[in-house]
Design a protein around this ligand. Structure first.
Ligand code: NCD
Length: 299
C-alpha cells in the first residue's frame, strides 16, 4: 500500500517522479482540476491545530473530483471516550479510500498504517515527521532552482521540535549537490539522527550564512512542545527576519517558512522578492493532489 509516513521512505527517483506529477497537477489545477478521483473519499483526521495542511488536503481531493469527510476536533472524537487510535482507523478505513492524519504523538501515523486497509498519509505526528510538507517544500525549491544545482539551504529556528525541518532534511539527503546548514540555539538544535559531518552547524545567524544561502528555511519556535515555558520565553525571539536582514540575502535567494509565522518574519518582508512562503503554501495543493493520485493508483 502506498502510505506516506516519512520523507525518508522516498529515493531520489521517486521524489523526482512526485515532483513531475505535481507539475502536471498544477497544470490541471489551472484548468479547474480533474475528475480522476471521482467516487473516492478522503478522510481528514486532524487531532492537532491546522489550517493550511487540512484545507490543502481537502482542496486537493476536491480538485481531483473526489469527496472529503473530516474529523477536526479530538474532543468530538471517540478517542475522547477512550477508543484507541487503531480502532478509530479500522472504522475510518471502512468509510474512506484514503486517510490523512495529524496527531500529537510521534509514531501515530505508523500505528494508523499498521491497521489501515487504505493508504495513510502522515499530515504531522507531534514533533516527529511532516512528509507531505517536505514534498511541497522540495517542489518549491525545485521550481526556483531545479534540483540539480549546487545550492545551500539553511534551516533556522526550532530545529529540535520542528517536524517540517526533520522531514525536509530527509528528503534533501537524496541530493548531494545541496549543502545544508542548521542554525539554532543549542537547546533547539537539529537532533543528531538527522545530521551528517558535512552539515554546517551554527548557533547564530551570521552575515556569512545570510550571504551564502540560496534558501533560508525559517521556522516557528514550537511553543506547544516545550515542557518548560521559561525555556520557550528564552528562545521565542531568537531569530527575527526583518527587511534589513532579508536585504542581506542574495537577490535571487528565497526565504521559506512552513507557516504559521508568529513573530519570526515581520510583515513588511512579505513584499520583498525573496519572500516565498505564501507561494510555498499554495504549492501544497498540487503536491497533495499528486500524493493522493499516486496513493490511489490513479497516476
Ligand atoms: C507546520 C506544522 O504543523 O508542523 N505547519 C504546517 O503544517 N504548515 C509548522 C508549524 O506548525 O510550525
Amino acid at each position: 500500500m502506498k502510505h506516506v509516513l516519512k520523507a525518508g521512505q522516498f529515493d531520489k527517483e521517486e521524489l523526482l517522479s512526485i515532483m513531475s506529477t505535481a507539475g502536471q497537477m498544477e497544470t490541471l489545477l489551472k484548468k479547474g482540476g480533474s475528475k480522476m478521483a471521482e467516487g473516492k473519499i478522503l478522510a481528514a483526521l486532524f487531532y492537532e491545530p491546522s489550517t493550511r495542511t487540512r484545507l490543502s488536503f481537502e482542496t486537493a481531493m476536491l480538485r481531483l473530483g473526489g469527496s472529503v469527510i473530516s474529523e477536526t476536533d479530538v474532543h468530538f472524537s471517540s478517542i475522547t471516550k477512550g477508543e484507541v487510535l487503531e480502532d478509530t482507523i479500522r472504522i475510518v478505513a471502512n468509510c474512506a479510500d484514503i486517510i490523512a492524519i495529524r496527531s500529537k504523538h510521534i509514531g501515530d501515523a505508523d500505528l494508523a498504517a499498521s491497521v489501515s486497509g487504505v493508504p495513510v498519509l502522515n499530515a504531522g505526528d507531534g514533533a516527529g515527521a511532516h512528509p507531505t510538507q517536505a514534498l511541497l517544500d522540495l517542489y518549491t525549491i525545485s521550481k526556483q532552482f531545479g534540483l540539480d544545482k549546487e545550492i545551500t539551504v539553511s534551516m533556522v529556528g526550532d530545529l529540535k521540535y520542528g517536524r517540517t525541518v526533520h522531514s525536509l532534511t530527509q528528503a534533501l539527503r537524496n541530493f548531494e549537490n545541496i549543502k545544508l546548514n542548521f542554525v539554532a540555539p543549542s537547546a533547539l538544535a537539529m537532533p543528531a539522527k538527522f545530521k551528517t559531518e558535512a552539515d554546517g552547524i551554527y548557533e547564530n545567524l551570521t552575515d556569512e550564512i545570510l550571504a551564502e544561502s540560496d534558501v533560508i528555511y525559517d521556522t516557528r519556535i514550537q511553543s506547544e512542545r516545550f515542557e518548560n515555558k521559561e525555556e520557550y520565553e528564552k528562545h521565542k525571539n531568537a531569530f527575527i527576519f526583518d527587511v534589513e536582514k532579508v536585504s542581506r540575502m542574495k537577490p535571487n535567494a528565497i526565504l521559506m517558512h512552513p507557516l504559521p509565522r508568529v513573530n519570526e518574519i515581520t510583515m513588511d518582508v512579505d513584499a520583498l522578492p525573496q519572500a516565498k512562503y505564501f507561494e510555498q503554501a499554495a504549492n501544497g495543493i498540487p503536491v497533495r493532489m499528486a500524493l493522493i493520485a499516486r496513493a490511489l493508483n490513479l497516476v
